[in-house]
Design a protein around this ligand. Structure first.
Ligand code: AMP
Length: 173
């Protein structure tokens, strides 16, 4: 499927969750079996020859495509979650928001040191969340091989914060 065809399945919701934000609703995309099959296959073919061991998905919407993608490239799936959701020993990373800060966590034993990791989330906006997740991957001794986002809000320049890591986005706005 072409980018324009995927874009027909994303709804813009103005002023959600707060005034001034145009929320990209991917529910219609996931409601289409044909689109999800095509999306999974296309992203998988992009990363197939990169010897990826683990797909790391970010809570919550990174948990939708993440496991499908992991299955398609014969990798395992690991969750990055909001604070206090993961049991056992965890590693945390805080990052700045427009007002205040937020934290993401990963389980300490999530993957073996030296694993080749693909980071995945639904939307790359300012990049704060993705950078924090990539720092968690680094803290666990993983190698960040690439990152995939269903949607990139290119006007927010989140991509420029990833120095060496190749970023792939299915749809760009
Ligand atoms: P950021 O840390 O600014 O890159 O924001 C990325 C996170 O916020 C992702 O996990 C997205 O799910 C969510 N997000 C940010 N902007 C939007 C948007 N316009 N529509 C939907 N989700 C968004």
């Amino acid at each position: 499927m072409k980018e324009e065809d995927f874009k027909k399945l994303v709804r813009d919701i103005p002023d959600f969750p707060k005034k001034g934000i145009v929320f990209k609703d991917i529910a219609p995309l996931f409601a289409s079996a044909k689109a999800i099959k095509a999306l999974t296959a296309q992203v998988a073919s992009h990363f197939k020859n990169k010897s990826i061991d683990v797909v790391v998905g970010v809570e919550a919407r990174g948990f939708l495509l993440g496991p499908l993608l992991a299955d398609a490239i014969d990798a395992s799936f690991v969750m990055v979650r909001k604070p206090c959701k993961l049991p056992g020993a965890v590693v945390s990373q805080s990052y700045a928001l427009e007002y205040g800060e937020d934290t993401v966590e990963i389980q300490q034993e999530a993957f073996p040191m030296g694993s080749r990791v693909l980071l995945h989330d639904d939307v790359l906006a300012t990049g704060g969340t993705a950078i924090a997740a990539s720092q968690l991957i680094e803290k666990l001794g993983g190698t960040l091989v690439g990152a995939h986002f269903i949607i990139e809000l290119a006007f927010l320049n989140g991509r420029t914060r990833f120095m060496d890591c190749p970023i792939h986005a299915t749809m760009k706005y």
